[in-house]
Design a protein around this ligand. Structure first.
Ligand code: GTR
Length: 396
C-alpha cells in the first residue's frame, strides 16, 4: 500500500492527520453563482435576493440535498422536569425541559438542557449545541466536564448555554432514523419520497422546537440565539439555520461534506462516500450526484449564503482533511457576494487565514491547529463573534 493510500485510509477512520490531498489534483470546477437565477438572469438588488433568489436556492437544497421537512406540529408543549437555581456553584440556573411535539394522535418528546447565568442581565443571549456526541458531553450535573460543551466558560462570559441530543430527535442510524420525530409525519415503513427529509433536516427541525421553547422563557433572549453544531451536527446546524430564520447566528464547526465544504472540489469525503455510509442523512435525490458533483444545481457556498444577512460562521481544523478545510473556507468566502448585496460584510480576507487568526465580518471563519473536534478554543472564537454582533464587550 502506498503512503498516500495508507494516509487516506487513516483519514477515513477519522484519526487526526495532516493533509493528504494535493491542491493540483482538485478538478477544475465552476461554482454556481449565488447572484444568478437558475434561468441565467442576474440578481440585482436585496429585494430580488430575499423575495426570489433565496427561495430558489432554498428550494434546490430541499429538492436535491436535505429533503423537505414539515412545518411545526399541531402543538408543542414544554415541561420543566428539573430546575436548580444554584447550579455550577451558584453561577447558573439549570433547567431540564421536556419538549413534546404533538401531531394528531401521536407525540414525540426530547429533552433540552439549559444553563442561564445568574449574574448577567436578563434576558441573556444563548448558544444551542446540537449534540452529535454522547450525552456525557452535556452532563447537567456537571460531574463530567467536556471541552466539547464548556458550559462553565460560556456562563462566565454571560451567555446562556443549551444542548439537546440529535439522536433523541432522529436516531443516527440508517436502520431506525425514521423512528424519532419523523414518525409523527411519515409512515416509517413506506418507501421514502425522493425529496423526503433526512436525519440532518430532522435534527434542524428539533432545533426549531427548541427555539419555540426559547421564545417562552423570559431568561433567554430568543432573538439573540446562536445555533451551533460540529461535524454532522455542523451540517445540520447550517441546514437548520437556513430553514429557520429565527436563529440569529449560525455556526458550523468542521462540518465538511454536505456541510460547508464545496462538493465540487472532491477533497476528503465525497458525495458518493457520504451517501453510502450515511444514507439516512440526506434525501434520496442526493444520490443522483454520487461522482457527479458538477451537476448539482447548487454548491455549499450557497447554503452559507442562505443565512444572509444574519451572521454565519464556518470553522475548520488543520488536521481535518476529511472535511476539506480549504473547501470550507471557500464556501464562506464565496457566500460573500450575497452578504455584500444585502449590505453586510463578507469575510474580511480573501485567502484562508493562518491558525489562530480568525476573520470576523458578518461571515466569520477560523482554522484551529489540531484535529477534527470542537474545543474551548473554537467556542471562544464563537463567543467573540457573538460579542461583536450582539454588541457586547469582549472579555479579556
Ligand atoms: C464521519 C463522516 C463525516 C462527519 C463525521 C462526524 O464519519 O464521514 O461526514 O460527519 O463522521 O460527524 O463526526
Amino acid at each position: 500500500m502506498s503512503i498516500k493510500a495508507l494516509a487516506i485510509g487513516i483519514a477515513v477512520l477519522g484519526v487526526c492527520m495532516t493533509p493528504v490531498h494535493a491542491e493540483e489534483d482538485v478538478p477544475e470546477y465552476t461554482l454556481p453563482d449565488p447572484l444568478v437565477f437558475e434561468g441565467g438572469e442576474r440578481v440585482l438588488d436585496a429585494r430580488a435576493w430575499f423575495d426570489q433568489r433565496r427561495p430558489e436556492i432554498l428550494e434546490a437544497f430541499r429538492e436535491h440535498v436535505y429533503g423537505r421537512r414539515p412545518g411545526p406540529p399541531d402543538s408543542v408543549e414544554f415541561e420543566s422536569v428539573e430546575e436548580d437555581p444554584e447550579a455550577m456553584e451558584g453561577e447558573a440556573t439549570l433547567k431540564q425541559v421536556d419538549i413534546t411535539s404533538i401531531q394528531g394522535e401521536d407525540e414525540h418528546t426530547f429533552e433540552l438542557i439549559l444553563f442561564t447565568p445568574n449574574d448577567a442581565p436578563t434576558p441573556t443571549p444563548v448558544f444551542l449545541l446540537m449534540n452529535n456526541r454522547g450525552p456525557e458531553n452535556t452532563d447537567p450535573t456537571r460531574e463530567e466536564k467536556s471541552g466539547f460543551w464548556p458550559a462553565e466558560e460560556v456562563i462566565e462570559r454571560g451567555y446562556a448555554v443549551a444542548a439537546f441530543q440529535v439522536s433523541d430527535v432522529a436516531p443516527d442510524s440508517a436502520d431506525n432514523f425514521r423512528e424519532g420525530v419523523m414518525r409523527l409525519f411519515d409512515d416509517p415503513d413506506a418507501e421514502r419520497e425522493p425529496d423526503g427529509w433526512g436525519a440532518l433536516a430532522a435534527w434542524g427541525w428539533g432545533a426549531s422546537r427548541v427555539m419555540d421553547y426559547f421564545e417562552t422563557d423570559d431568561a433567554v433572549d430568543a432573538p439573540q440565539a446562536a445555533l451551533l453544531g460540529h461535524s454532522r451536527g455542523g451540517k445540520a446546524s447550517l441546514w437548520g439555520g437556513a430553514e429557520d430564520e429565527r436563529y440569529s447566528i449560525v455556526i458550523s464547526n468542521n462540518s465538511g461534506c454536505g456541510g460547508a465544504a464545496i462538493s465540487r472540489r472532491r477533497v476528503g469525503e465525497r458525495v458518493s462516500q457520504i451517501n453510502d455510509r450515511f444514507p439516512h442523512w440526506f434525501c434520496v435525490n442526493f444520490r443522483e450526484y454520487n461522482d457527479r458533483e458538477r451537476f448539482l444545481p447548487i454548491d455549499q457556498h450557497q447554503l452559507v449564503a442562505l443565512m444572509a444577512p444574519r451572521p454565519v460562521y464556518v470553522a475548520s481544523a488543520t488536521e481535518d482533511d476529511w472535511a476539506d478545510p480549504l473547501g470550507e473556507f471557500k464556501a464562506a468566502y464565496h457566500a460573500g457576494t450575497a452578504y455584500e448585496l444585502v449590505g453586510e460584510e463578507p469575510l474580511p480576507v480573501d485567502e484562508q487565514p493562518p491558525p489562530g487568526e480568525p476573520a470576523h465580518g458578518t461571515v466569520g471563519y477560523h482554522i484551529r491547529e489540531g484535529s477534527h473536534n470542537l474545543t474551548p478554543e473554537d467556542w471562544h472564537h464563537y463567543m467573540d463573534f457573538a460579542d461583536k454582533h450582539f454588541e457586547r464587550e469582549t472579555s479579556p
